[in-house]
Ligand binder design. Structure first.
Ligand code: NAD
Length: 360
């Protein structure tokens, strides 16, 4: 039976980078007889222009029916002044929540060819390959009650709530252990158990889940130390599992170890490994329409999709290898350019990956 992939290019550079990713996906589909059927729809600002809302019900239905979703990026100045509830980013939050995508995987891989792009010394980051597993649909970003109240002395006070249930912790811990099992077999659970009640439960439940994974070495680290260790000695990590807010912050920190946001893919998975795949960056309105955006994060998101939703590891490896080949050839978009390399545009970069994949 064919597998359905829904393509949502979004806004800004979204359509430009998606066009290149689709070329790579279509070639992989033919070359490895993957049996994918692709369909396209709109999200974000493009959906506001077409339907008046950033995620139409029919698009959500198509996403539910699909086996995986590939997304570009949403947002842009055109929609910045409209009502907050129907801004482009709302479409993204809604699709993640409605599809139950609680497990966010953000690899931070430094391609050896790009070692100069990192702000850290090459010996600290060379060969870096870590994976941050972030809980995406719970914790303080969704917790109630939240709001602002007026105290007796007339001063305003705001508050948020950081709730985590055992089942929420258990399922994200399992994602962390499963990922570690197929990688370096090391899982570091990051929390703030010396201060937060939710972190104490987090640690307890992670310890319980660890009993099912005797082959994975588990460690715990406080988030403040983890932030420090990520810049001091990032290669000590294999997989990190953490809550929504800590993961938000640490994954951005980790992405910068690799130098460019234009290289970083991500996956958001539900309980059955159905997923949505997207680059970590946004819609980059400052360079939209110029044909200079780096399409590699989106192309690498295709590779993650093949690996995590469809278990097609050979085809996923091939796409990653094709990306490595073009970097070896010295081809660079502006964001990863360094002296001595050849500067190329979005389409040229996509074409080069297609050519490299065809020749593998
Ligand atoms: P951004 O990631 O879009 O851009 C930050 C900087 O990185 C810009 O200078 C941009 O030119 C550059 N950049 C990003 N992707 C690039 C690529 N592939 N190639 C080369 N350079 C690249 O973040 P921002 O400027 O804070 O946000 C712009 C818009 O994107 C906003 O509307 C924001 O809400 C939205 N956004 C969307 C997502 C998403 O769709 N997942 C994520 C973040 C921001």
């Amino acid at each position: 039976m064919s597998k359905q992939i829904l393509i949502l290019p979004g806004d800004g550079i979204g359509p430009e980078i998606m066009a290149e990713a689709v070329k790579v996906l279509e070639l992989a589909n033919d070359k490895y007889r993957l049996g994918f059927e692709l369909s396209h729809d709109v999200i974000g600002g493009a959906a506001i222009d077409k339907h008046g809302v950033p995620l139409a019900d029919e698009t959500l239905d198509r996403a539910r029916a699909a086996d995986a979703v590939l997304l570009g990026a949403v947002g842009g100045p055109k929609w910045d002044t409209i009502e907050r509830d129907i801004r482009p980013e709302r479409g993204l939050l809604k699709i993640r929540a409605q599809l139950g995508l609680f497990g966010n995987l953000r690899p931070a891989i430094l391609y050896p060819q790009l070692a100069d792009a990192s702000s850290l010394k090459p010996e600290i980051v060379a060969g870096l390959d870590i994976l941050i597993v972030r809980e995406l649909t719970g914790g303080i970003y969704f917790g109630a009650p939240r709001g602002t109240r007026t105290l007796e002395n007339g001063e305003r006070q705001s508050y948020d709530t950081l709730p985590y249930s055992e089942s929420e912790i258990r399922r994200i811990a399992r994602v962390g252990f499963d990922m570690a099992r197929v990688r370096g077999k090391k899982l570091c659970s990051v929390d703030k158990a010396n201060v937060l009640a939710s972190s104490q439960l987090w640690r307890e439940v992670v310890e319980q889940v660890a009993k099912d994974y005797p082959d994975v070495e588990l460690s715990h680290m406080y988030v403040d130390n983890a932030a420090m260790q990520l810049v001091r000695a990032p290669k000590q990590f294999d997989v990190i599992v953490t809550d929504n807010m800590f993961g938000d912050i640490l994954s951005d920190e980790a992405s910068m170890l690799t130098g460019s946001i234009g290289m970083l893919p991500s996956a958001s998975l539900d309980a059955n490994n159905k997923g949505m795949y997207e680059p970590c960056h946004g819609s980059a309105p400052d360079i939209a329409g110029k044909g200079i955006a780096n399409p590699l994060a989106t192309i690498l998101s295709v590779s993650m999709m093949l690996r995590y939703s469809f278990n097609l590891n050979d085809a996923a490896d091939a796409i990653e290898q094709a990306v490595s080949v073009v970097l070896d050839q010295g081809l660079r978009t502006g964001d990863i350019y360094s002296a001595g390399c050849t500067k190329v545009g979005t389409q040229e970069m996509g074409d080069a990956v297609v050519a490299a994949l065809r020749n593998l």
